[in-house]
Design a protein around this ligand. Structure first.
Ligand SMILES: [Zn+2]
Length: 122
């Protein structure tokens, strides 16, 4: 049992530089930032599509209640479709970007020797 290591297990600390062993590592998170931006834009676009399909679904559901039901159903469907699209896009994009950071990009940069490296290369 190595109980002295327990306190470090839940802390996400940047790794050491594989070249100079420096602990002064910056995290770039390019993928996460880009992913969130793209995700929000894509989500907003999907939200627009959601507005249309939401309105259609709402209108269809409102048919049983007559013309007034169709109108109200369209409005609620459009609002819900738009909100869900934008929120989901932002969160999905950020998560996707984090995966890209962790697996594909050289997400870490050594401030001492200027070496860039990824999680997989440690
Ligand atoms: Zn270094």
């Amino acid at each position: 049992m190595q109980e002295s290591d327990v306190s470090f297990t839940n802390v996400e600390t940047p790794p050491q530089c594989p070249i100079c062993q420096s602990g002064r590592i910056e995290t770039r998170n390019y993928g996460k930032k880009t992913g969130r931006t793209i995700g929000t834009a894509a989500g907003a676009a999907a939200g627009v599509a959601g507005v249309v399909s939401g309105a259609e679904v709402g209108a269809a559901a409102g048919v049983v209640a007559g013309p007034v039901g169709v109108a109200i159903g369209s409005i609620f469907g459009a609002i819900i479709g738009g909100l869900v699209g934008a929120a989901a896009g932002s969160s999905v994009g950020a998560n996707l970007g984090k995966v890209v950071d962790d697996t594909i990009l050289e997400n870490y940069h050594c401030l001492d020797c200027d070496y860039s490296f990824g999680k997989s290369s440690i």
